[in-house]
Design a protein around this ligand. Structure first.
Ligand code: HEC
Ligand code: HEC
Length: 475
């Protein structure tokens, strides 16, 4: 994500705006695509490859270990290694996402992102009670005295997994993923918070993972954290990692723009709840906020498979570079925080649903009809061509992230996901398995009209489709 989707900022903050900083290279390598073949993990000494066979990138990392892990040490200390891991992970070196990184990440040249200043500001969460005050939570209230930065210890710097996981746990709710000045319309009251999809968690006494912080120029700001987009309460309990289905950043930004004499763009208006565009300058490629609880099983990251997930290092580099672009390429996260977040994501878990006779029958059908793409252990698998699935292919051809493929999502915990498919067009596995969704006049989707594609299993009778749904709900 980056500041390109935030409305014009006060003049003195212009330095942070990405529009000015963004100088994209011409798309010279367009269309080329390579499939890196992951080599099996032989040994775990410092010289070993970071790659593990796809399946579970947590395999082989002792997350509770209090001894430095050689792989993590390499990421923290070895720039050449980081560069090699980036190159190996990029599926289509010709898209703009890849080019930006190839041009700036560990190039050993002037203008490299490694040379920009580290950002670890003091932050404080927005408390539920602030929404009840007249005018709600306001930036002008400033940073409270107990605001604190992430504490990065010698163990974290030394690549100790247990310490880094703990850092990631804190960073998920406390590290500013991007500074924002346009959240006030959403934080005026409990009602506006609900309207724009900021969860309120009484257990943590926090609102939407939103924090207060201060820019390097000393300007107070709000910021969102990973938890703003990747957490949502179910039955009153915050499920960490679940995509936020109600967060309506497009509408919120539009509201702020209207209040500040600007005209909201149609692109922003088209996002709707549960979606955001973290790649294009105009905001024209919104995708659903994904579920991170089983991210460790993904063969590819991003709905259109931008990165092969070769190891936890791919995840760390993805997060490190996300945060750099989120800060308008003027700041970068402590590398320990990016790595800690990646490791913390490996600790997230889903709860299986009930197994029944119907789900057992569904498992048989699934093996015959679905498992060629959705493979064990979690239902993820290698990316597949856009055509073979047939859902709206616009994003798959995007100059920004496109690879010509869809990644195959995991299915663990799918029953709890509130939005399905890359564009968040459906809200339940029942709807996905309902043949009526492909017909004109369908009204059961998130947006009006039919939801074409992914027709697998729709030719089966209602009983068998019910069995498949029962199986999906058991995962
Ligand atoms: C503004 C909302 C937003 C915030 C804040 C945010 N993300 Fe995301 N995240 C997204 C969206 C949207 C995608 C999907 C991108 C795509 O598929 O192209 C995504 C994708 C991901 C992925 C890849 C998952 C997958 O299924 O491919 C990971 C991992 C991730 N985010 C982790 C994080 C972490 C960790 C943070 C905090 C540093 C964070 N995100 C902050 C919106 C957000
Ligand atoms: C050709 C490969 C392929 C086959 C076969 C296949 N799927 Fe999928 N499945 C995908 C892809 C790719 C997506 C994501 C599509 C998108 O985001 O537009 C997906 C998405 C899903 C989702 C939504 C998950 C989410 O988080 O959005 C479910 C549920 C699902 N598939 C179940 C099934 C079932 C059940 C079957 C068999 C009846 C099946 N799939 C057969 C490739 C396949």
């Amino acid at each position: 994500m980056d500041l390109r989707h935030t409305p014009a900022l006060p003049r003195r903050l212009k330095a942070l705006a990405v529009l000015a900083a963004l100088a994209l290279p011409a798309c010279s390598r367009s269309g080329s695509s390579k499939s890196p073949s992951p080599s099996p993990l032989a040994t775990r000494d410092a010289g070993a490859s970071a790659r593990v066979p796809p399946g579970d990138i947590a395999a082989g990392i002792e997350l509770t270990s209090t001894q430095p892990d050689p792989l993590l040490v390499r990421y923290l200390q070895d720039s050449t290694f980081r560069r090699a891991e980036l190159e190996a992970a990029l599926v289509n070196p010709g898209n703009l996402y890849s080019q930006d990184r190839l041009d700036h990440y560990e190039t050993h040249r002037a203008g490299d992102w490694a040379d920009i200043a580290e950002f670890n500001p003091r932050v404080a969460p927005i408390r539920g009670g602030e929404l009840d005050a007249p005018g709600g939570a306001r930036i002008a209230s400033g940073l409270p005295a107990d605001a604190a930065a992430l504490v990065i210890t010698p163990e974290m710097r030394a690549g100790v997994p247990a310490a880094l996981v703990e850092l990631g746990r804190q960073a998920f709710f406390r590290y500013p993923a991007q500074l924002v000045w346009h959240f006030e319309p959403g934080l005026r009251s409990r009602q506006t918070a609900a309207q724009y999809g900021f969860w309120v968690d009484p257990e943590r006494d926090e609102v939407g993972g939103v924090i207060r912080t201060r820019s390097t120029e000393g300007v107070d700001a709000f910021a969102y954290t990973c938890a703003t987009c990747h957490a949502w309460p179910i039955d009153g309990k915050l499920v960490i990692g679940l995509g936020n289905p109600r967060l309506d950043l497009g509408a919120l930004t539009g509201q702020w723009m209207s209040e500040n004499g600007q005209r909201p763009t149609p692109e922003l208006a088209a996002w709707g709840p549960g979606r955001a565009d973290v790649s294009t300058p105009e905001g024209r490629d919104p995708v659903r906020l994904p579920d991170l609880r089983s991210v460790r099983y993904l063969h590819h990251l991003h709905h259109n498979g931008t990165l092969s997930q070769l190891s936890v290092i791919t995840l760390a580099i993805r997060l490190e570079t996300l945060l750099v672009t989120g800060f308008g390429k003027g700041l970068r996260p402590p590398r320990e925080a990016a790595l800690g977040l990646a490791l913390y994501l490996l600790t997230l878990r889903t709860e299986p649903g009930p197994t029944t006779e119907a789900s057992a029958r569904g498992a048989q059908l699934f093996a015959a009809r679905c498992a060629s793409c959705h493979r064990p252990p979690a239902g993820a698998g290698p990316a597949v061509s856009l055509d073979s699935v047939g859902t709206d292919a616009h994003l798959g051809h995007s100059a920004w992230r496109g690879t010509g493929k869809w990644r195959v999502p995991t299915l663990l915990g799918v029953a709890l996901r509130q939005t399905l498919l890359h564009d968040g067009s459906l809200t339940s596995v029942e709807a996905l398995m309902d043949p009526a969704r492909t017909q004109p006049g369908y009204t059961g989707g998130v947006r009006p009209g039919p939801v074409p594609g992914h027709r697998f299993g729709l030719d089966l009778g209602p009983g068998e489709r019910g069995d498949l749904v029962a199986y999906l709900r058991s995962l």
